[in-house]
Each structure stands twice: as structure tokens, then as C-alpha cells.
Design a protein around this ligand. Structure first.
Ligand SMILES: NC(=O)C1=CN([C@@H]2O[C@H](COP(=O)(O)OP(=O)(O)OC[C@H]3O[C@@H](n4cnc5c(N)ncnc54)[C@H](O)[C@@H]3O)[C@@H](O)[C@H]2O)C=CC1
Ligand SMILES: CCCCCC(=O)/C=C/C=C\C/C=C\C/C=C\CCCC(=O)O
Length: 261
């Protein structure tokens, strides 16, 4: 499906899962704004994407998503440059159990803020044309472990918030589909942070258990996560869906009892 004329904003798009999603969006002819904290990585990413897809299709904005004003400016710059916004991927995330307040800010508060900003620029409530939002959670929300309690809490929160907002979108006719994606382990730099006491704090003692878990369940490629993401973006029947991606079952959906959490 072509996304020609569509404009996407991807947080944490400079590397890992976000980077793979940006690549897929550009392959589908969307314009993409990469919002990321890491300036060097973001500039390198943009240079590579310009070389592959031509200049003018991709922009990099350095921004800490946990800085609400900076995130608001990034959304405004996107619309100023490309004239519209259609797709928002709230993907930026960290796994820092030592600075757990920061983990809540980046993984949950910024996803909420990013969703509200997306609605300001896309919802019919604000006189806009509609669009789609995908918030990135994790299989950690379903299979909690003692290795990352606050990370797990944020990923539970992302699912609850997204499902509630998806219902609100239907009830108040925002014209915006809001879905959530939950990958199992993916081969990105984030996985290596499990080795580091600066990230994991006292939970670093579980690093070998964590690695055994990766061996047991397998590690996915970022390209498969991008494939799932493109399905959430293009399948207009999906709203409030919770997509899971695992090695054993591939891309599939979590099902809930009616009215259940
Ligand atoms: N890698 C994995 O095994 C899994 C990752 N996830 C989730 O997928 C998302 C992406 O993770 P990965 O690509 O694996 O991580 P990554 O560490 O490879 O990439 C994350 C990107 O987010 C950026 N970022 C971090 N903090 C930021 C901030 N405050 N403001 C703006 N940008 C920021 C980083 O600079 C980086 O470019 C995260 O939400 C993560 O929790 C979910 C399940 C599994
Ligand atoms: C440094 C921490 C990085 C955390 C990244 C993350 O979110 C990983 C979470 C992955 C899953 C949670 C733990 C184990 C379960 C993994 C897969 C289960 C798949 C079950 C199956 O059907 O095969």
C-alpha cells in the first residue's frame, strides 16, 4: 500500500525498532520525521536515508521526548515543514531500573503526551482529517519478570492507556485509530543495557537469567517489528488492537473478554 502524501512522526527513530519502521515508511513513500535524543545517531540515520530515498523525504529533529515543550515543538515543526500529520509512532523507550523515574517519564508519560499532541494535529475534534497512532509496549507487559519491574509497569500502562484512548476515539469520533504493539526480545542496542549496572541497578544480578530467557524465547529482527507496524498503519479495521510479535507465533493479536482489562 502506498502512503504517498502521508506524513509520519517516529519517536526514537534513529536506531533499533524505530529505525526499521522509518525505513519501511519511506519504502511506502511516506514523508518521515525522526524524533530522537541522540544527535549523532539521528544525523547519521538521516544522511543514510537521504542517500537511499532522496533528500526531502526524511527530517531529523533532536528532541528528548520527556521534555513536553520540546516534544510539542517537534510536532509543530513537522506540520510546519510538511503541512500535515497522519501517522504517529510513540516508540522511544529506555530500560533503566536505577533511574526508574526517568523510565516512567520516557516510556509512559511521553507516550501519553505524544498521543495527546498527535490528536491535536490529527483529530476531527480539532478540525483535522484523522490519522493513526501506534504506541510501543512490550511482551514484558504480559510476561513480567523480576528483572525489570518499573519497565514492566510502564509497558502495562501503555496498553491500558492506548485501549482506553481507542475507545474514546470511537465514542467521540476522533477519526484516529489508536493501536499498541508488543514485541518480545528484538535485536537492538536496548537489549545490551541489561548488562549494565548503571541501567539495571540492583537488578543487574539477574542478567544471566535475562540472557537465558532470550535464548529460550529467541530474539526477533527489527524488520519483523516494522512489518507488524505497517500492518497496524495500513489496516483501517484496527482500533484498540494489541498486536504481539514473538518468535513462536510471529505477528498475532491479544484477545480480551468483552469489558475486561
Ligand atoms: N529491543 C527489545 O527487545 C524490545 C523493545 N521494545 C520497545 O521498543 C521501543 C524501541 O526500543 P529499541 O529499538 O529496542 O531501543 P533502542 O535503544 O535500540 O532505540 C531507542 C531509540 O530511542 C531513543 N531515545 C531514548 N530515549 C529517548 C528520549 N528521552 N527522547 C527521544 N529519544 C529517545 C534512543 O536514542 C534510540 O535511538 C522501546 O519502547 C522499547 O521499550 C519492546 C519490546 C522488546
Ligand atoms: C534491557 C531490557 C530490555 C527489555 C526489552 C523488552 O521489552 C523485552 C521484553 C521481552 C519479553 C518479556 C520476557 C520474556 C518473554 C519473551 C517472549 C515470550 C514469547 C512466548 C511465546 O509465545 O513464544
Amino acid at each position: 500500500m502506498s502512503l504517498t502524501e502521508k506524513v509520519a512522526l517516529v519517536t526514537g527513530g534513529a536506531q533499533g525498532i524505530g529505525r526499521a519502521v522509518v525505513q519501511s515508511l519511506l519504502q511506502s513513500s511516506a514523508k518521515v520525521v525522526v524524533v530522537d535524543l541522540n544527535k549523532a545517531c539521528g544525523e547519521q540515520c538521516k544522511a543514510q536515508l537521504d542517500a537511499e530515498f532522496g533528500e526531502g523525504n526524511c527530517t531529523f529533529i533532536q528532541c528528548d521526548v520527556s521534555d513536553g515543550d520540546a516534544l510539542q515543538d517537534a510536532f509543530q515543526s513537522t506540520v510546519d515543514q510538511f503541512g500535515r500529520l497522519d501517522i504517529v509512532i510513540n516508540n522511544a523507550g529506555i530500560a533503566n531500573e536505577k533511574n526508574w523515574e526517568k523510565t516512567i517519564q520516557v516510556n509512559l508519560t511521553s507516550v501519553i503526551k505524544g498521543t495527546y499532541l498527535a490528536l491535536e494535529h490529527m483529530s476531527k475534534e480539532y478540525g483535522k482529517e484523522g490519522g493513526t497512532i501506534i504506541n510501543v509496549s512490550s511482551m514484558a507487559a504480559f510476561l513480567h519478570s523480576p528483572h525489570q519491574p518499573v519497565y514492566t509497569a510502564t509497558k502495562h500502562g501503555v496498553i491500558g492507556f492506548t485501549r482506553a484512548m481507542a475507545d474514546a476515539s470511537i465514542q467521540d469520533d476522533y477519526g484516529v485509530r489508536i493501536n499498541v504493539l508488543c514485541p518480545a526480545f528484538v535485536d537492538t542496542p536496548l537489549l545490551h543495557s541489561v548488562e549494565d549496572e548503571e541501567n539495571m541497578g540492583k537488578f543487574v544480578k539477574y542478567k544471566d537469567d535475562f540472557k537465558r530467557s532470550m535464548t529460550k524465547f529467541g530474539v526477533l529482527k527489527p524488520s519483523l517489528i516494522a512489518e507488524g507496524m505497517m500492518r497496524l498503519i495500513t489496516d483501517t479495521s484496527l482500533n484498540g488492537a494489541v498486536m504481539k510479535i514473538t518468535c513462536s507465533k510471529g505477528i498475532h493479536f491479544h484477545t480480551y473478554e468483552p469489558m475486561s482489562a
